[in-house]
Design a protein around this ligand. Sequence first.
Ligand SMILES: [Zn+2]
Length: 302
Amino acid sequence: MLSHRALLLRCLFCLFLVAGIPAYSGAQQNFDQVQIRTEKLDEGVYMLTGSGGNIGVCAGQEGVLMIDSQYAGLTDKISSAVAAISDHPIRFLINTHWHFDHTEGNENLAKAGAVIFAHENVRKRMSTNQSILGSEVPASPKAALPVVTFGQGMTFHLNGHEIKLIHIPYAHTDGDVVVHFPQSDVLHMGDIYFEGMYPFIDVAAGGSIDGMIRAVDQVLSMVDSDTIIIPGHGPLSNKEKLQGYRKMLATIRERVAQHLKEGKTLEEIVAAKPTQQFDEAMGQGFMNAEMFVGIVYDSLKK
Ligand SMILES: [Zn+2]
């Protein structure tokens, strides 16, 4: 008989397969029904949504810079959506982290001429076999790997923007970056931020609940009430909603930590419902309360 813990992990993994987030499915998914939606945030700055992580775009006379590439099966649709915005090629692609639902389109876009940029740990993880919740994620093909890597961050000077890439250590993974467009007052947070749902934290890849909270605090210090925030998943957001997300993370972290201090098992902690007040708002996404408590538990145990 499977332990409660093993069952939890199994449920979580099955859910990832269904949602395509962020586990490697191996089999080709069918993207026929997926439509790419384009939202204009400022002159030349857009968010594209389809399936997988939200895409950021900066388009102008000097070419197109894109943030994250979703799934390989969507590259044609994504490229068409970019072509509807700009006559210029996709020159630069930034990966916010290594997960499949943000990087699987890399190879196609690189072959079409894009140069890929990411934190050095993204290249390391994509170059070697990884596992998510015990399931193998094979290394990416060479053409999919970031060509330019960095440690702390870097800045693009393109289309009149200063686009700042800032590495945030040990949050969703060990290779996260947030991408800031100060002139447009837009900020892409990658999977540090799941809007309207409990986030996945890849503890095996260096992510942690405490790092997530620190990351959100760092971003909150950079934004004001007018800033448009692009989450890794979910609709466009703002400072107020990000503050609510921070409160959720910190409250659940404190409760799980207290239960751990009292020597409770994961089963007992889940039964104590430390997330209850947030479940209606956050527990309807691709991760339910039990799964999120399991991840916070894993992170604090580590
Ligand atoms: Zn992710």
